[in-house]
Design a protein around this ligand. Structure first.
Ligand SMILES: Nc1ncnc2c1ncn2[C@@H]1O[C@H](COP(=O)(O)OP(=O)(O)OP(=O)(O)O)[C@@H](O)[C@H]1O
Length: 238
């Protein structure tokens, strides 16, 4: 049986001596859509940053498609199939949309950018615009499209809907769902819009103070009002 695309074992990590990720273990099977939820400051972004090699690893192991990457530099993790779309939408503001996309291609031919345009037709319309001239939603599309063009086996999406209009959110979530359905990508999503995350995901992990405090399916979480109140701090899903 092939290894799971992502296996996290007893992971503890943080910033300098401070630990903000505490003994996290998750096995994410191929093609899974996993939502990572929790209140502000519980460590969701830090978990993704740790997977991407941007925090200090204290202990534990990360395997990507069976390969141990826990101590690999970020660029090497990306080469081995980890796609990371950080909250900050790290596009190049002085490059055009198309030039930004070329950066994501790695060794693939330039013609492959059409895949990004098929997924986000708006980017084709804006292909000659500079990254810095795009709206927030378009920047999110560009940042996501660039990660996807590298054909990652695991894609980390950190709050992709932040600050976006509802109609753009729907467009993005539909694009993520289509990607996941294609079966080629395992997607981990951090999102404050809990209902959108639950609509998307098949599995949910809820963090509290850097640890896994709850895990299950979206319908199990929807039915567990006590966990929702305690761990997410919302009176009900919306
Ligand atoms: N670069 C950093 N250096 C030091 N501490 C940090 C850094 N980034 C985050 N932290 C701390 O790590 C803890 C977890 O923060 P993190 O951003 O991972 O939480 P989060 O669940 O993603 O929060 P939010 O939902 O607000 O984005 C917090 O206590 C935060 O102050």
């Amino acid at each position: 049986m092939p290894a799971a695309p992502l296996e996290i074992t007893n992971l503890s990590a943080g910033y300098g001596p401070t630990r903000v990720i505490e003994d996290i273990s998750i096995i994410v099977p191929a093609g899974t859509r996993l939502a990572v939820l929790g209140r502000n400051g519980v460590g969701k972004t830090s978990l993704f940053a740790t997977l991407a090699g941007q925090t200090r690893l204290h202990s534990g192991e990360i395997r990507l498609d069976g390969r141990v990457i826990s101590r690999s530099p970020s660029a090497e993790r990306a080469r081995h199939g980890l796609g990371y779309v950080p909250q900050t939408r790290d596009i190049f503001p002085t490059l055009t949309v198309e030039e930004n996309l070329f950066v994501g291609l790695k060794a693939r031919p330039k013609s492959a950018v059409t895949e990004a345009y098929e997924m986000f037709p708006r980017l084709r319309e804006r292909r000659s615009n500079l990254g810095g001239q795009l709206s927030g939603g378009e920047q999110q599309m560009l940042s996501t499209a660039r990660a996807i063009l590298g054909k990652p086996s695991v894609l980390l999406l950190d709050e992709p809907l932040e600050g976006l209009a509802p109609v753009i959110c729907e467009e993005l979530m539909a694009a993520f769902a289509a990607l996941a359905r294609s079966g080629e990508m395992t997607i981990l999503l951090v999102e404050q819009r809990i209902q959108s995350a639950l609509d998307f995901a098949e599995r949910v992990v809820v963090l509290e103070r850097g640890r896994i405090a709850w895990q299950g399916t979206p319908s199990e979480l929807s039915g567990d009002q006590e966990a929702i109140n305690r761990l997410l701090g919302v009176g009900g899903l919306h």
